[in-house]
Design a binder for this molecule. Structure first.
Ligand SMILES: C[S@@+](CC[C@H](N)C(=O)[O-])C[C@H]1O[C@@H](n2cnc3c(N)ncnc32)[C@H](O)[C@@H]1O
Length: 199
């Protein structure tokens, strides 16, 4: 059953890439990552980029001194990212896998979560949150960009703040006091960015 569901998920995302229906793709590094790097808020350690897509942020993270693992369920962005990194002479561990089943060999210091959550069916969000918590070392950082669509259905699925506060509950996560980043997207939607800390 799990293999069938995974294959189905992969097929859906491969189709979007084949058809060029990649409206989420900025084509460049997100201003949110630039902000967190400039503010020194991203530790230069082991960083996971789940649902990396074309992974514009991966090279930026490597150049900032991070050891990056990037994961996506679709083969097309994974192959493209591997080719681009090779051209740039950079290395990341780029993996094609379903994050709802994948297990890394060890914990990460940070996870850069740029709109992977909103790509998953909300029925899987609790399992994904639990996986994120397991993948991070205690005190590790979750740099999360929560998609705001304001409507039902998806992907992208709406990630309203009250739901995110409940999903990433206080038992496992420390929320910052500062207001979130407001990150406009060229597609007209807005992401809100929070740096959460794993307890
Ligand atoms: C909204 S896109 C975001 C891509 C990239 N982070 C960005 O901001 O450009 C979501 C990505 O998550 C990937 N994805 C969806 N479900 C996944 C899963 N179960 N496991 C791994 N990757 C998944 C998709 O293939 C897609 O590349």
């Amino acid at each position: 059953m799990a293999v069938t569901e995974s294959s189905h998920r992969q097929h859906e995302w491969e189709q979007r890439y084949s058809a060029g229906k990649t409206g989420w793709d900025r084509g460049q590094v997100s201003p949110a990552l630039r902000h967190w790097l400039a503010a020194g808020q991203l530790p230069a350690g082991r960083v996971l980029v789940p649902g990396c897509g074309h992974g514009h942020e991966v090279a930026e993270l490597i150049r900032a001194g991070c050891q990056v693992t990037a994961v996506d369920i679709a083969s097309q962005p994974v192959m493209r990212l591997l080719g681009q990194l090779a051209e740039l002479g950079l290395y990341a561990n780029v993996v094609q896998a379903d994050l709802l089943h994948w297990q890394p060999p060890g914990p990460f210091d940070a996870v850069y979560e740029q709109t992977c959550l909103c790509a998953l069916d909300p029925g899987h969000w609790a399992a994904y949150e639990s996986r994120l918590a397991d993948w991070l070392r205690p005190g590790g950082s979750l740099l999360a960009l929560f998609m705001q669509t304001g409507h039902q259905g998806g992907p992208p699925f709406d990630c309203p703040l009250p739901d995110m506060r409940s999903l990433f509950g206080a038992a496992r996560w420390v929320w910052p006091d500062e207001p979130p980043l407001q990150v406009p997207h060229p597609n007209g939607l807005v992401e809100i960015g929070y740096l959460l800390t794993r307890r």
